[in-house]
Design a protein around this ligand. Sequence first.
Ligand code: UD1
Length: 440
Amino acid sequence: MLSNLNTNKHTKILCSYNDFMEEKLLVYGGRKLHGSVKVDGAKNAFLPIMAGCVLCDGEIELENFVHLLDIENMREILKTLNIKTHSNDRQLYIDTREIQNAKITHERTQKVRASIFLLGPLLARFKRAVIAYPGGCNIGSRPIDLHLGAFKTLGAKVLERHGYIFCDGTNLKAGNVIFDFPSVGATESVMMCACLLEGETVLKNVAKEPEIVDLQNFLNAMGAHVSGAGEDEIRVVGVKKMHGGNFHVMPDRIVAGTYLLATAICGGDIVVDGAILKDNESLVSFLKQTACQIEVFDDKIRLKADQRLCAIPKIETRPFPFFPTDLQSQMMVLQAVSSGVCLLQENVFENRFAVASELKKMGADIVVKDRTALVRGVEKLYGADVFASDLRAGASLVLAGLKAEGYATVHNVHYIDRGYEKIEERYKLLGADIKRIKIE
Ligand code: UD1
């Protein structure tokens, strides 16, 4: 499968954080968005699935591939385990037949938080793992106690020293894990680890995000026995070995939601191909309250907005199926230009409101106190020099720029490239005036 592949030209483009440090997006606002756009594979499904490949012995083909900085950084980490990867435009191939256990260093993990997903699969496969603490977007303290606590419950010895986590899984056994909070990452980590443990592991108070269901489907396609993802309890019956195979990764519900919000903000008429209602129900039900028109098809959503929308009085982020923290910043922009007042409450990550100060530079009226933001809709936003502080903040600044009068310059584009493939090209196709330029 790997032998007849093209070399990956995209890896060259997206290979390092430094490649993006000197770029910015120049957005000239005021245009409506029109047309059809296709959503690629979900970053938050790809990353755990790539870690899950460590459990498999064989060649894996992942379809619906998306060229993102986080995914390229994860590929770099897989390389240190002697796992080979190749990609073409829409497929990623992973060959784990010569996998070797290795210490995963700080230089690798600081670039991608999802590196923590490797701990469970490495423990299950090699009975020991050494990994540096994960990095990632600065959206809150982001502890990993729930991951480590669950491994301990299953019998692992865990030692945290000098920025590294040392895990001995010699006595790992299937068992029962009850999470204190339904963490997406912890649910996925333990689910993967349990795949190769003898006996049945039962996980309770689990996260129910669609990406967890996708991970379950992937694991089962590679020979695991996992059931219950998306429901209250996940059951994993351990198998001796997992194999390679082919899997189509789900479309990115957050990218889909960002397109819908962009059109609600700018006005226009777009069809988002790959927007699935059941994955974005909370967003769609809020959008229906704002006076935009929404038509839902099997795997597409159309949104039309031809007037200033009404604010939604209260929005809270909570684990799925409620409104996702990953769409909160983009929703803040919609509220900032709607008529009325919205109280936004962020219950998942404490630093997600950092974007408010950048939006205020553009004329937004937002007062932040602890985990709530009071957003009073204004008639107009104005272009300004603004700085992304994380991935979703970056996307929301682009949306604000698309609406604003005059030029907005969005800095720290490397954050946006972690989760949106060539954002400027996609929005240009919908009629936006946006370009990427190098800082002198
Ligand atoms: C995943 C997503 C991220 C999304 C988030 C919430 C990926 C790669 N990332 O992140 O985009 O914003 O879900 O939907 O899928 N927590 C602990 N201890 C832990 C783990 C988490 O206290 O061990 C807390 C966190 O601080 C946070 C909350 O639980 O307040 C949610 O975190 P979690 O669901 O784990 O998010 P991630 O898996 O990091």
